[in-house]
Design a protein around this ligand. Structure first.
Ligand code: CA
Length: 217
């Protein structure tokens, strides 16, 4: 699991970031002042640090000097309109910045983009007892690895991303196999059968009469 340090002294903002990143499958730690952040950074390795500039004790700029030699990616959190802060932050080597107040979608997008740039991105999808790591293509059920073929994996991702939606056979096939569906359903159907069996998901992957399949919560 990717480890993110959130350095932000405003509890409401810190909590907002924390809750959302946890939901996205990251592991997060919060530091509320510069000294605490420095302690955490000394003791632990983080994959990404979200760094507020105005902090009690040691400010974000000073912390950045301390973080830089470690090579940990940093996203600065700046106050609205503080253009000087952005420029200074980027010059000092921050990877990106977020301006308060920000949209949650923007937060996740920037976090993901920076992690990807560092080859660290490994987003998670979960459904029931199954967890999927998108980039490393690892699937586990109750923590135990499940061995899936390439197409079974792609099919599973498609089903989870569209959970509770009835998916037409032709669209599902074209999405996963990247070729035109010419009415031959055996390939898709047999892959669905194998997924049901390998994951023990007979009750979750429903056959929808005349349409196709639906992953049901
Ligand atoms: Ca602050």
């Amino acid at each position: 699991m990717l480890n993110i340090l959130i350095v932000e002294d405003e509890p409401a903002i810190s909590n907002l970031i924390y809750v959302n990143l946890i939901e996205e499958g990251y592991s997060c730690t919060c530091a509320f002042d510069g000294t605490q952040a420095a302690d955490f950074i000394e003791r632990e390795t983080y994959d990404l640090i979200l760094l507020d500039i105005m902090l009690p004790e040691i400010d974000g700029y000073e912390l950045l000097e301390f973080i830089k030699p470690l090579g940990t990616p940093v996203i600065f959190i700046t106050a609205k309109g503080a253009t000087d802060d952005k420029i200074k932050g980027l010059k000092l080597g921050a990877d990106d910045y977020l301006t308060k107040p920000f949209q949650i979608g923007e937060l996740s997008a920037r976090v993901e983009a920076v992690l990807r740039r560092y080859g660290k991105s490994d987003r998670h999808l979960t459904f029931k007892d199954v967890t999927i790591k998108i980039e490393s293509r690892l699937v586990t059920k109750n923590g135990n690895p499940v061995d899936l073929t390439v197409k079974e994996f792609d099919l599973l991702v498609e089903l989870i991303r569209n959970k509770n939606v009835a998916l037409y056979r032709n669209r599902l096939y074209e999405k996963v196999w990247q070729e035109e569906f010419i009415g031959e359903t055996r390939t898709l159907d047999s892959h669905i059968q194998r997924l049901r069996k390998k994951l023990g998901w007979e009750e979750y992957i429903k056959t929808v009469f005349r349409i196709g399949y639906r992953l049901e919560e």
